[in-house]
Design a protein around this ligand. Structure first.
Ligand code: 13P
Ligand code: SF4
Length: 325
């Protein structure tokens, strides 16, 4: 089947199944163009909980589809590529410790506020009894179920500030936790997880890009290291970057996040210029979904993502608390 026929089939199947296609800002260009809604994690969670449809095709990674299934249990949520996962989300588990150093050669432990990774979330909670747990949406449903509230890169500071007491636990992204720490008076107890796409960027990369494009503003995602965030002109989520670039009088930007965002940035701002912070900021899991996988997902309703009620209900509580902020 050629691409045009496939697009036609997708539209027909979508209508038949009363389906909606959601796509994260990091998806392939053609998948973004096909979607009914594109957005960051927060926008997609909101859309998944509010949208009227029978089927949600979630073009993203597994924790995102899982969040949609948690929020909308009466809808059928399908993840076109079952192996599209987020390695960072798998860096924390409720019970079982993770041996990250084995899985990520070259990985080095970060400074003092970060908790060693060989512990489980339960161990961490035992060590800091009564301290509220904020879990990034990039976590499994089970971790969300054992958290007080969720957050995304768009609202982490607001979420941390909304909690009682002087301390919060923030898992699993050490960089996001450090960003929250920089913007709050509370003590943030961080986990030692990271996104391999953002964490690989160093200060030298940022300075080199700024040097090559002296007129450009550097936008960086808070999953980047603090040394990068410190030299950035604006730190925000993916959709925050879309808004910032659109509203700014500046015409040149260095983009410090996964390269899938370039598509919307360029589409929304044809007169502006966008440079990648690093050309290898590509998330292989986000790129697994193709037009063909969307077509098959709709045709065969695969793979359906569901969460057992005993996990879904407490996980939903944590997501609802975030959405209420
Ligand atoms: P946002 O789109 O929420 O900024 O998240 C980035 C991300 O890495 C999602 O996996
Ligand atoms: Fe996970 Fe990073 Fe990929 Fe986002 S970009 S899905 S955080 S690995």
């Amino acid at each position: 089947m050629n691409e045009l026929d496939m697009l036609q089939e997708i539209l027909e199947l979508k209508r038949k199944r009363k389906a909606i296609i959601l796509a994260h800002n990091y998806q392939r260009d053609e998948v973004q163009d096909l979607a009914d809604f594109t957005g960051d994690s927060l926008e997609l969670s909101r859309t998944a909980s509010a949208i009227e449809c029978e089927v949600i095709v979630f073009c993203g990674v597994n924790f995102m589809a899982e969040s949609a299934a948690i929020l909308s249990p009466t809808k059928t949520v399908v993840l076109p590529e079952v192996e599209a996962c987020c390695p960072m989300a798998d860096m924390i588990q409720v019970e079982r410790p993770r041996q990250m150093r084995a899985a990520f050669p070259g990985y080095a432990v970060q400074p003092s506020l970060v908790f060693p990774v060989e512990f489980s979330l339960k161990d961490l909670k035992k060590r800091y009894p009564g301290v509220p747990v904020v879990s990034y949406v990039n976590t499994t449903a089970e971790v969300k179920a054992h958290s007080d509230i969720c957050c995304t890169s768009a609202n982490v500071v607001k979420v941390v500030e909304s909690l009682p007491g002087d301390e919060v636990i923030c898992v699993p992204d050490r960089n996001l936790a450090m960003w929250a720490q920089k913007n709050t008076q509370k003590k943030v107890i961080a986990w030692d997880g990271f996104c391999h796409v953002h964490d690989r960027v160093r200060k030298e990369d940022a300075l080199k890009a700024k040097n090559e494009h002296p007129g450009a503003l550097l936008m960086a995602h808070p999953e980047c290291r603090m040394e990068v965030l410190e030299v950035a002109d604006h730190v925000t989520s993916t959709s925050g970057m879309l808004r910032f670039a659109k509203n700014s009088p500046h015409t040149e930007f260095i983009v410090g996040t996964e390269l899938g965002l370039m598509h919307r940035l360029r589409k929304d701002n044809p007169e502006k210029i966008f440079y990648p912070l690093r050309k290898d900021m590509i998330c292989p899991n986000m790129k697994k979904t193709t037009l063909k996988s969307v077509y098959l997902a709709l045709k065969e309703l695969k793979t359906i993502v569901s969460v057992p009620e005993e996990i879904r209900i407490p996980a939903k509580r944590a997501l609802d608390r975030m959405l209420a902020i």
